[in-house]
Design a protein around this ligand. Structure first.
Ligand SMILES: *Cc1c(COP(=O)(O)O)cnc(C)c1O
Length: 392
């Protein structure tokens, strides 16, 4: 029996042809494809500016720098996220301050933010975990009261939507100050590796463009197109966070597919929800009325007496690959160093989410029969009968 994987990128001859076109053009980095991808991405999410970079981690680093996060500052975020969220804060010499997630979801609990704010708080990094929009209404309102910028870690949320002033808007408009996206293969669209920053602030956008290519005053495109000799200068410390034109060309193809990919992902998610709603021992993901997930991941919470590893093994034996829920950064060795982070609330929900949740296969190419196979395997693996057997 062939195994159903957890995820699978949608790539075919269209992407191959796009890369071929770029290679034969002779302009392979930071050129016309990158510019076109930025424009098309900005259009898609409804943002004024979009700046492509090498990945979402570098996007987060530049976003934090742009809002002025510096050595010794504090940035409020969650521990229950991929490690890159907090690593980017540490690249600035700042300290991640972890608060817990909501009881009925995997995103930051807005009720806990205010108590974590100190005079050193320079930003809030909220994460749209698993593609599910976090409660931006409340987060942005709290941040505004304290004049703190909001950076959205939208790594998983390309194409997710939020109801904003009565209208459905894409994540990345952005509703905070800056949003950061990832195009790693584990996300809904991919460029191999890749990232994007969106903002309504032209000054931030100018900084991103400066810093992503070594802090160089003149872009390659400007120098290439100039009839006059131009000497560049390096007024500020920059980085090499560029996206190549091969990646951008793939990204443009992926963007064309995105509406169909998301439609199919939503179909599969609603099928899971419908078929598993009566399953004992599992809690289904909660989609608030004001949110529409892109279902980057479909995460189930197991009853606490079920053993996560046993359930995952049982599913694997039945041909279904799963992953355990999202990690907790504060439990990793890289964060055992004194001063590497600060914890201001109990992280009980975060730890429970890691220990008791599993991620089911969900990708656009899944057929009806795969979905049925996953549903049946889950029903069999979490049955009360098995749970009691294991407890006994
Ligand atoms: C994947 C991911 C990142 C990192 O993205 P890269 O493009 O791999 O750097 C950051 N934050 C979250 C929440 C992610 O899921």
């Amino acid at each position: 029996m062939s195994q159903i994987p957890v995820a699978k990128p949608v790539l075919d001859e269209h992407e191959v042809e796009a890369v071929r076109r770029v290679i034969l053009s002779g302009w392979v980095t930071q050129g016309p494809e990158v510019a076109a991808f930025e424009e098309e991405f900005a259009d898609f999410v409804g943002a004024r500016h979009a700046c492509a970079v090498s990945n979402c981690t570098t996007a987060l680093h530049l976003a934090l720098k742009a809002v002025g996060v510096d050595a010794g500052d504090e940035v409020i975020t969650v521990s229950h996220t991929f490690i890159a969220t907090a690593n980017a804060i540490r690249y600035c010499g700042a300290v991640p301050v972890f608060v817990d997630i909501e009881k009925d979801g995997y995103n930051i609990d807005p009720d806990l933010i205010e108590a974590a704010i100190t005079p050193r708080t320079k930003a809030i990094v909220c994460v749209h975990q698993l593609g599910m929009p976090c409660d931006l209404h409340r987060i942005v309102a709290i941040a505004a009261r304290h004049c703190i910028p909001v950076i959205e870690d939208a790594a998983c949320a390309t194409g997710s939507e939020i109801l904003w002033k009565g209208r459905w808007e894409k994540i990345g408009k952005p509703h905070g100050d800056i949003a950061c996206f990832s195009f790693h293969p584990r996300k809904v669209v991919t460029t191999g590796d890749g990232g994007m920053l969106t903002t309504a602030n032209p000054e931030y956008d100018r900084k991103f463009r400066l810093w992503r290519q070594h802090g160089m005053s003149v872009t390659d495109a400007v120098r290439h197109g100039s009839k006059q000799v131009i000497f560049e200068s390096y007024p500020e410390l920059g980085y090499n966070y560029r996206m190549t034109d091969m990646q951008a060309a793939v990204g443009r193809e992926q963007l064309k597919r995105l509406p169909a990919i998301i439609a199919r992902r939503r179909e599969i998610a609603s099928h899971y929800t419908e078929k598993l709603s009566s399953a004992a021992n599992v809690e289904l993901p909660n989609e608030p009325t004001w949110a529409r997930s892109n279902w980057q991941s479909f995460c189930l919470k197991l009853a606490s007496y079920l053993d996560q590893r046993d359930v995952m093994q049982e599913l694997l034996d039945r041909g279904v690959s799963t992953r355990r829920g999202i990690m907790n950064i504060h439990l990793e060795g890289a964060y055992s160093v004194p001063g590497s982070h600060r914890v201001v609330t109990s992280l009980q929900q975060s730890v429970a989410a890691q220990q008791h949740s599993i991620i089911l296969p969900l990708f656009a190419q899944m057929e009806g029969i795969d979905v049925t196979c996953v549903v049946e395997a889950v029903q069999a693996s979490v049955s009360p009968h098995l749970a009691i057997e294991r407890v006994g």
